[in-house]
Design a protein around this ligand. Structure first.
Ligand code: 5GP
Ligand code: SF4
Ligand code: MG
Length: 458
């Protein structure tokens, strides 16, 4: 998911309009639903719907006279099914007023907390784990909203980046592991922005201020920005943000996604050393690594596959059947580019193997002579519990098949996955031990207490 927030006392700033633009820039983080909540200090309103940002707000972007705080959310479901009741931002009334909240990530003890809350009379309205935040906050006996939130966050485990809005504050928080990114930006002296990725700041012309630290909560109000440390930071940023999820023009925790991906491609080239005619990418997620591969190897980078740009990310389609049709709709080979050629094809990851198998067949039909598939991540052997839909273990092709078997399954002439050491080398700027690599090596930074992803409604 993607989260966003704007606080502005500037007369020119249109906080809901800016949130709309911010969500548009974060659309790649989730295409199932979108929502915007706004306040003028007295009223709070939320508008949510299924679909893309420009579909949900096709007729109108929410607006209030004197609105000065807004938060927004784009959703990609990993827990809780794809339906209207599960859209965000969530909004609740509590003793101190109204509160809205947008969450990116997956909680690992949400089921336990939910059970405890339900036993003492709390009624849940959605099936998403994010609802425990608002209920914990609403039930907290602490005096201030800052204390209520930090008390609640200390009960919750797992991955979360939050933007929260009360009638007079915009609050951002990042879990102690820092699995997901969140940054702060500003325009002038009176407009503050929170965004999952820095590309959400660029779109509204904001200047990047800094990343929110793991275990940090920032509170923005008329007194400016205050920072609270609610937990010790551990920093286990998700390496998949760099491999696949984030946009290449974003800079997360000081490392450019483009730079990281480009380097993954260069390392892949050094690890494989193929003598092929052309390098092609599986657009768009393979593009940056493919350009890195071409740069390092000296093999020309050619556009071998065309992507229909009017459809979203295939993987994010929740059922397998929908995913299957989506691949054909999404990609086609350019015969004149690949005919008779030995091709190095770069993609970012193999999850179920659906995409790769289809593309290899497509390229063969288009006349490619040899297909050497190179993947800019190691085999995904373990499921993710922190908010990336790398699915249940039995669906992960690398969990049950060797590299040779996968190669045979997808029908390529050879298959190479970036080594884990190679990947860690690309991440060295962040400190290799300060990242989550659990889907490759099973080293989960926090234990999964709740139901496994299989037991959610995937
Ligand atoms: P597969 O067909 O192997 O299951 O999917 C791999 C493709 O799905 C890659 O091209 C990758 O870019 C894309 N993809 C879409 N969403 C995700 C995601 O959440 N995680 C990963 N690892 N890949 C994804
Ligand atoms: Fe990211 Fe993999 Fe860790 Fe999940 S398990 S947070 S996808 S690195
Ligand atoms: Mg892809």
């Amino acid at each position: 998911c993607g989260v966003y927030g704007v606080y502005s006392r500037s007369a020119e700033a249109d906080v809901s309009g800016m949130t709309y633009l911010g969500l548009y820039a974060l659309q790649h983080r989730g295409q199932e639903s979108a929502g915007i909540a706004i306040t003028d200090g007295a009223w709070m309103d939320v508008t949510r719907g299924m679909g893309l940002v420009n579909e949900v707000f096709r007729h109108q972007v929410p607006h209030m006279d004197n609105q000065y705080i807004a938060i927004g959310h784009v959703r990609y479901s990993t827990t809780g099914s794809s339906m209207l009741a599960n859209t965000q931002p969530l909004m609740v009334n509590y003793s101190g007023g109204k509160i809205s909240l947008a969450h990116n990530g997956n909680l690992t003890n949400a089921t336990e907390i939910r059970r405890e809350l339900e036993e003492t009379g709390t009624i849940f309205q959605t099936t998403i784990d994010s609802e425990v935040f608002v209920n914990l906050i609403a039930r907290s006996r602490k005096a201030t909203v800052e204390e209520k939130i930090s008390e609640s966050l200390n009960k919750i485990e797992g991955a979360y980046c939050l933007t929260i809005m009360t009638e007079n504050k915009l609050i951002g928080a990042r879990d102690p592991q820092g699995f997901r990114p969140l940054c702060l930006g500003k325009i002038g002296d009176d407009t503050w922005i929170l965004s999952s990725e820095s590309c959400g700041l660029d779109v509204v012309g904001a200047e990047f201020v800094r990343d929110i630290e793991p275990g940090e909560m920032v509170v923005i109000d008329d007194d400016g920005v205050k920072s609270y440390k609610f937990a010790e930071p551990k920093l286990n940023m998700c390496v998949f943000e760099y491999i696949y999820f984030a946009r290449p023009d974003s800079v997360l925790d000081g490392l450019s996604v483009h730079e990281a991906r480009f380097e993954m491609g260069r390392v892949l080239a050094r690890e494989t050393n193929y003598k092929a005619d052309i390098v092609i990418s599986v657009p768009d997620s393979g593009n940056t690594a493919a350009s890195g591969y071409a740069y390092e190897s000296g093999i020309p980078y050619v556009e071998g596959l065309v992507k229909n740009r009017y459809i979203g990310r295939t993987f994010i389609q929740p059922t397998q059947k929908k995913r299957d049709t989506a691949v054909k709709l999404k990609l086609n080979a350019i015969s004149s580019a690949v005919q008779g050629k030995s091709v190095v094809m770069i993609d970012d990851s193999i999850v179920r193997g659906t995409t790769s198998g289809k593309i290899v067949r497509m390229l063969r039909n288009a006349g490619a002579r040899e297909i050497h598939m190179c993947i800019s991540s190691p085999p995904i052997v373990y499921p993710c519990y922190y908010g990336i839909d790398t699915s249940v273990r039995k669906e992960l092709i690398a969990a049950t098949k060797s590299v040779e078997e996968i190669c045979e399954y997808i029908g390529a002439d050879s298959l190479h996955f970036l080594s884990l050491d190679g990947l860690k080398h690309c991440m060295r700027k962040l400190g290799p031990d300060h990242m989550c690599y659990a889907c490759f090596d099973g080293g989960y930074p926090i234990e999964q207490k709740s139901a496994s992803p299989a037991e959610h409604d995937k």
